[in-house]
Design a protein around this ligand. Structure first.
Ligand code: GBP
Ligand code: ZN
Length: 258
């Protein structure tokens, strides 16, 4: 499978996933439909599906226009998330396919929004799978808890996404990596993996390149919100359990002005 980044708005990413055997493609959060349709045409891809991670306008706001530009396209979104332009509602565990080689597993990952869906995408056996995490899991960060609790975010991040194979490539909804790593260093100043990745993220930024994808394995090493099972992280934020630590780190980030 081929995965193409389409930078949108200020710092959002849409993505095009292409089944290379057939040219069939899915667009993830195509908030700027003209850009997505043009990018698909340039690579000879046929858009069949829209995969919406959640109802926020900077993710779902292009869906209605996608249906006008690509007649017959199916627009997926979480069943309880009220996604604009949705034609097909998804439940946790639903499976979709794209072309001949791509299978998509829909994972309910609530908290940022109630009905947020992450998409686990597997291509040919020899390729690493990918997961599109919207605003639930960011590189070195996570989404604000707009419609859920720390318990739910713990389940979404550390259990549902955390159970995916370690090499799974992580494609998230925003380019927040540099800021997230700067914050991560305030939690764990001596974590070398974080400081190395921050230097790399600064290089990528200067070169105008994305910091995405990461991997589930790399997130467990550098993302403070996915490291809350570690007693030393809990101790650093003065908490006695993973969920309490996650709530506290989110509160610290909400009040942090980097
Ligand atoms: C920054 O860091 O760049 N501008 C600031 C924060 C996701 S977008 C921007 C911000 O709050 N981003 C949201 C988030 O979860 N950030 C994680 C973090 O700061 O650690 N959104 O656009 C946001 O979800 C939105 C759209 C929100 C509609 C509510 C509604 Br309703
Ligand atoms: Zn959002």
């Amino acid at each position: 499978m081929k995965i193409v980044h389409v930078p949108c708005l200020e710092d959002n990413y849409a993505y095009i996933i292409v089944d290379e055997s057939t040219g069939e493609a899915a667009a993830v959060d195509p908030v700027e439909p003209d850009k997505i349709v043009q990018a698909a045409a340039e690579i000879g891809a046929y858009l069949k599906l829209v995969l919406t991670t959640h109802h926020h306008w900077d993710h779902a706001g292009g869906n209605e226009k996608m249906r006008v530009l690509v007649p017959g396209i199916k627009v997926y979104g979480g069943s309880i998330d009220n996604v604009k332009g949705c034609t097909d509602k998804l439940e946790n565990g639903d499976k979709l396919s794209l072309g001949t080689d791509i299978n998509i597993l829909c994972l309910h990952t609530p908290c940022h929004t109630r009905g947020h869906i992450s998409y686990y995408v597997a291509g040919k056996a020899e390729e690493d799978p990918a997961v599109f995490t919207g605003d639930t899991l960011f590189i070195a960060g996570c989404g604000k808890f707009f419609e859920g609790t720390a318990e739910q975010m713990y389940q979404s991040l550390c259990v549902t996404l955390g159970s995916l194979p370690k090499p799974t490539r992580v494609y998230c909804g925003h380019e927040y990596t540099k800021k997230n790593l700067q914050f991560a260093l305030t939690v764990e100043p001596e974590n070398e993996k974080i400081s190395q990745k921050l230097l790399w993220a600064q290089h990528q930024h200067h070169a105008g390149l994305p910091t995405i994808p990461s991997s589930i394995g790399e997130e467990f090493e550098t993302n403070p919100f996915m490291r809350v099972d570690l007693p030393e992280i809990q101790a650093k934020v003065g908490c006695g359990s993973p969920v309490e630590a996650l709530r506290e780190i989110r509160k610290l980030k909400d009040n942090w002005r980097g």
